[in-house]
Write a protein that binds this ligand. Structure first.
Ligand code: ISE
Length: 331
């Protein structure tokens, strides 16, 4: 079976998803690429032999479109995901599912009303071999019960002022999701520290399972794209390796290069995520590791609490609603 896909959004991530789906995912065919800018849509569509368009709703409703990948600006995610649900089509929506928990709830309600798991959220780190290895190590009991999780999230540069609300709403949700995924517990409360406007953020989360999670977020780090993680347990720790594929020897030094952004660092994760999604569309069974609309809501609720914690300078409890049956995993 061929899964015929509409890619909505032809910016950095839309272009990357279209390239991956067209070239690295067996059984996937990109049939249309949509962007508000017609020339951008055309450039990406040409690269994968697809039609180009500027109307996302028309693309979602096309008879020859089986599934939809949403990679448009964050504030359009919910409306486009709702349109895909209304058309009865599976959708892989880039993170965040929506910047507001109200919009995430609307997606959850619409999906629950269909009785089918149609939505996957693009928290691709769940498919990263490093994080997957950490999870396996933890579940095998090699480090004992988890106590702490320390994370570093650094981007080369973002918009001025991004080390604040934008970093908490757009970058840190990856960390919120991976913490919930690795530790298998809900996030209960958050505090955020910052030593002055524009400085890095230190986020501290208490989990419902009694662990502490720290996240050092700096989206203006200048030196490279750098993501680190170390999980501490009662008997040992497991951490992500800094293992670049090559080592450069030159100018009297030996060293490794950093990627400029997340695409090379998480290339495996994006490919594995998109393959798992296409397989899920074929079989109708959501992949075990994939983030659901419920996981998308949980990440946005944490981001909202973190923004409040920063702005009000206090510890904020994170809302933890009870998941509908559709999102419970079989025991
Ligand atoms: C971006 O949207 C991502 O998803 C990256 O993984 C993250 O590191 C970056 O900060 C975000 O802006």
């Amino acid at each position: 079976m061929t899964v015929r896909i509409a890619v909505i959004g032809a910016g950095v991530m839309g272009a990357d998803h279209a390239r991956i789906l067209a070239g690295e995912v067996p059984g996937a065919q990109v049939v249309v690429v949509v962007d508000a800018a017609a020339d951008r849509a055309r450039a990406v569509a040409e690269g994968c032999g697809a039609d180009a368009g500027t109307d996302p709703l028309a693309a979602i409703r096309r008879g020859d479109v089986d599934a939809v990948l949403v990679a448009s600006p964050d504030d359009t995610h919910a409306a486009l995901t709702l349109a895909a649900i209304a058309a009865g089509k599976p959708v892989l929506c880039e993170k965040p599912l929506a910047p507001s928990s109200g919009d995430c709830r609307r997606v959850v309600e619409a999906e629950v009303a269909t009785g089918r798991r149609l939505v996957q959220v693009g928290f691709m780190r769940r498919f990263d071999p490093g994080y997957a290895g950490m999870k396996r190590t933890l579940e095998a009991g090699a480090v004992g019960a988890p106590l702490t999780l320390h994370n570093v999230h650094r981007n080369v540069s973002a918009a001025p002022g991004a080390n604040g609300r934008p970093a908490l709403a757009n970058s840190a949700p990856h960390e919120f999701d991976i913490a919930r995924f690795l530790l298998g517990t809900e996030l209960a409360a958050v505090s955020v520290h910052q030593a002055g406007a524009g400085r890095p953020l230190l986020v501290v989360i208490e989990t419902a399972g009694g662990q502490l999670v720290s996240i050092d977020v700096n989206v203006e780090a200048a030196y490279g794209y750098d993501v680190r993680g170390e999980l501490g347990g009662e008997m040992g720790t497991v951490e992500l390796n800094h293992a670049p594929a090559t080592r450069l020897n030159a100018g009297l030094r030996a060293g490794a290069a950093y990627a400029a952004d997340w695409r090379p660092r998480f290339a495996d994760a994006y490919r594995l995520q998109n393959r798992a999604w296409v397989r899920a569309v074929e079989t109708g069974l959501p992949p075990d590791a994939a983030a659901s609309a419920w996981d998308g809501l949980a990440a946005t609720l944490t981001a909202e609490a973190a923004v409040r914690a920063l702005e009000e300078g206090r510890r904020v409890e994170i809302e933890r609603p009870v998941p509908p049956d559709l999102y419970r995993r079989p025991a």
